[in-house]
Design a protein around this ligand. Structure first.
Ligand code: ADP
Ligand code: C5P
Ligand code: MG
Length: 279
């Protein structure tokens, strides 16, 4: 059994600046005359170098994996970065499922009982959006409202920062909730941060998720718990996120759980799923 202190993480400043490329893309797609963010000031140490390498590696890797684009015979092979956490240093479990399938609810139970560190990509993005002075607030808000996947540079940088911070305090067991939601996120994370042990996937009928999200929307204050955004999120889930689950599933790295049961019964399945993976 994995035992660590229980912490839910979010809300710290995003110190990295490789995400500026994503921000520039966002600004150039708008008609506004907002100038691009300034170049990074001074040396910001190893993290910045890592993220810089990540941005270059990501561009190469994502171009290789771009759906439907044939690979040229003269195209160089992707540069394989060494993960920041090689096999055995940390245990990472991805938690995936449609919006409202219960990822956060079940992760919180695992934090309480098993002491995982729970990192929700959505929570980290919302915290960065709300952070005073964030250069990415507007970009994140727009993507979330439209139910789209925020450019991976932002999300991977936030996760890497949070994981490193928790690791420095002794944490080694992580539930990464709502991530990866797109193939580029999956490749970048596993190539540059750590390979996941497996993915816990919550299967859920859309009608059930819709009811839960509308109910949650009465009190959540979230900009995307409304019918219009929910429809877009369901579309993105099917078109963009399910291919990630299928990709891991083909490698035998997914454990499926039926989410359409009371919380306790879903949790019993979750515990069985972890047991089946030796956790
Ligand atoms: P996700 O993180 O996957 O979007 P949440 O854990 O936030 O989903 O759950 C969405 C909503 O559904 C929340 O209001 C939560 O209380 C509720 N919920 C979660 N699991 C169940 C369940 N098994 N049965 C009924 N309601 C649930
Ligand atoms: O997981 P959650 O429902 O909190 O995510 C909310 C939104 O955050 C998503 O709809 C998406 O816009 C963004 N997100 C993302 N990439 C992730 C996780 C969340 O772009 N990996
Ligand atoms: Mg959630």
């Amino acid at each position: 059994m994995l035992v660590r202190s229980s912490r839910i993480v979010g809300g710290r400043p995003l110190r990295v600046s490789a995400v500026q490329s994503a921000f520039r893309r966002f600004n150039s797609s708008k008609s506004s005359s907002t100038p691009p963010p300034p170049p990074p000031k001074g040396a910001r140490g190893k993290l910045l170098l890592t993220i810089g390498a990540l941005a270059i590696g990501t561009t190469i890797v994502s171009s290789i994996y771009t759906k439907g684009e044939p690979k040229s015979a003269i195209e160089p092979e992707p540069v394989k970065a060494t993960p920041a956490f090689p096999e055995g240093k940390v245990n990472v479990i991805f938690v995936l499922g449609g919006p409202g399938s219960g990822k956060g609810t079940q992760s919180a139970l695992l934090v309480k009982d098993h002491g995982f560190v729970h990192l929700s990509a959505g929570d980290l993005l919302r915290a960065e959006q709300a952070r005073e002075g964030s250069k990415y607030g507007e970009l994140i808000a727009q993507y979330i409202r439209d139910g789209l996947i925020v450019p991976q540079e932002v999300t991977v940088a936030l996760l890497e920062q949070a994981i490193k911070e928790e690791y420095s305090k002794g944490a080694t067991n992580f539930l990464i909730d709502g991530f990866p939601r797109k193939m580029d996120q999956a490749h970048t994370f596993e190539d540059t941060i750590a390979k996941s042990k497996f993915t816990l996937f919550f299967e859920c009928p859309e009608a059930v998720m819709l009811d839960r999200l509308l109910e949650r929307g009465k009190t959540s204050g979230r900009a995307d718990d409304n019918v219009e955004s929910i429809k877009k999120r369901f579309r993105t889930f099917i078109d963009t996120s399910m291919p990630v689950v299928d990709y891991f599933d083909k490698q035998g790295r997914v454990v499926k759980v039926n989410c359409n049961q009371p919380v306790d019964e879903v949790y019993d399945q979750v515990k069985e799923a972890l047991k089946s993976k030796g956790i």
